[in-house]
Ligand binder design. Structure first.
Ligand code: NAD
Length: 411
């Protein structure tokens, strides 16, 4: 059985870089289901990191071959797949772009865990080499192909460092007035200053400059989506067949807050709040992620337009409040543990997301039904969870301590 969304205006050829990942896989299915022609490029590095960390997705994700066969059986749509390291293998990336001639490329293919990026100098260097080269190679290849390709990139709200001093974070740009030497006042628009809180976030800040440069120099059309923390696991398409199930990360490096809380409660592990839990974060449900990317694809910038920046989030929440909410919903016990990150104990976060709302996004916000759905999935696969992998062990500096609870709650 398939679901069909019938509002496709223009069929596009879309390459999804990182299409095997948590956001990339459901996005690929969503766009394919809409009728677009989707091609995935991924080097399966995230699966190799699972091997390195000895921590698998809580949900039993299938091999790429099985995933694609299942999707063709369910939808009748074919998705092609190329296993290419886009950071290391520029020639192959360019060859595929020249062969496929895509209208758009969606770029998810980066190492995306802040704790993983802080584990050791090896992990810091890998994250910088992988992410910076991946983004730069894509931009170079678009220019060298001489094709007018719209690049949609997944950036993160985390580049702003979460401390915004009462300012509502605009969508990318800040209007400033500067005083010249002759005393005149000049208006300028600059990229909203970043304040990255990890090596991973630093690579995302640098991506912004690469986009600005190639947009200015070569008129590359770029949409940069500054995404909040994604929660949930399944989308309409991944629910259609168990072989299409999406990744659910729960380990101390890749498990993101909220999904991690829901999973911890579901398997009878304390809900670990790092530090005071006074940090406020931006969130978006995975179903809205795929919908926002659809909107970005349908609204490309023009050839001479500056980089379009959208804040891809629907709500903000304080971590401590989320822990209380999950605890009330599930009966799980909260454990306050050391904060392995070097960050302020408390912050406020105000974010504008008018651009997506103006393009028709109807935000899915935190509701009991969806929280229960995630809990149900976590309970269904609880037998796959390795509790030893749950605590956050990567620390930002030698002085920081890992976020390990002193005792495990009774299951
Ligand atoms: P993920 O790790 O699940 O997926 C990334 C995919 O890219 C993986 O399948 C990996 O194998 C692939 N990849 C990485 N480097 C590659 C390379 N050099 N060549 C080819 N493929 C490569 O991550 P995700 O959660 O799906 O995140 C996707 C993007 O969204 C990331 O760029 C991330 O920064 C951004 N983002 C994610 C979240 C979130 O909460 N998950 C929040 C904000 C932003």
């Amino acid at each position: 059985m398939t679901i069909k969304n019938n509002h496709l205006n223009v069929k596009k050829k879309i390459i999804v870089l990182g299409g095997d990942g948590f956001c990339g896989w459901p996005t690929s299915l969503h766009l394919s289901n809409l009728g677009h022609e989707v091609v995935i490029i991924d080097n399966l590095s995230r699966r190799n990191i699972d091997n390195e960390l000895e921590a698998e997705s809580l949900t039993p994700i299938q091999s790429m071959g099985t995933r694609l066969t299942a999707w063709e059986e369910v939808s009748g749509n074919k998705i092609d797949f190329y296993n290419i390291d886009i950071a290391m293998n520029y020639d192959e990336l360019l060859r595929v772009i020249n062969k496929e001639k895509p209208d758009a490329i969606i770029h998810f293919a980066e190492q995306r865990s802040a704790p993983y990026s802080m584990k050791s100098s090896k992990h810091k260097r890998y994250t910088v080499n992988n992410n910076s080269n991946a983004t730069h190679n894509v931009l170079c290849a678009i220019v060298e192909s001489e094709l007018d390709i719209h690049l949609v990139h997944l950036g993160t709200m985390g580049v702003y460092g979460y401390g915004t001093a009462g300012v509502k974070i605009p969508e990318g740009y800040l209007d400033v007035e500067v005083k010249t030497e002759t005393g005149d006042r000049v208006q300028q628009q600059i990229l909203y200053p970043t304040n990255p809180g990890s090596v991973y976030h630093m690579t995302k800040s640098q991506d912004q400059l690469l986009f600005q440069y190639y947009n200015k120099n070569d008129n590359v059309r770029v949409t940069d989506l500054h995404q909040g923390i994604v929660w949930g696991t399944n989308t309409m398409e991944t629910k259609l067949d168990e072989r299409l199930i999406n990744r659910f990360d729960y380990d101390g490096d890749y498990g993101t807050v909220l999904n991690r809380f829901l999973m911890q409660a579901a398997v009878g592990y304390p809900i670990t709040v790092h530090g005071s839990g006074g940090q406020t974060r931006a969130f978006i449900h995975i179903q809205d992620t795929v919908r926002c990317i659809q909107i970005a694809i349908e609204n490309p910038p023009t050839r001479n337009e500056k980089v379009k920046i959208f804040n891809q989030m629907t709500e903000t929440h304080c971590v401590k409040d989320l822990a209380k909410l999950v605890s009330e919903l599930t009966g799980g016990e909260i454990a306050y543990v050391d904060n392995p990150r070097k960050e302020a104990a408390k912050n406020e976060l105000h974010v504008k997301n008018d651009l997506f709302l103006s393009k028709g996004l109807e935000p899915i916000t935190l509701n009991e039904g969806l929280l229960q759905e995630v809990t149900k999935i976590a309970k269904q696969y609880a037998h796959r969870a390795d509790h030893a992998k749950i605590p956050a062990k990567s620390t930002w500096t030698k002085e920081q301590k890992p976020g390990i609870p002193t005792k495990e709650a009774d299951p």
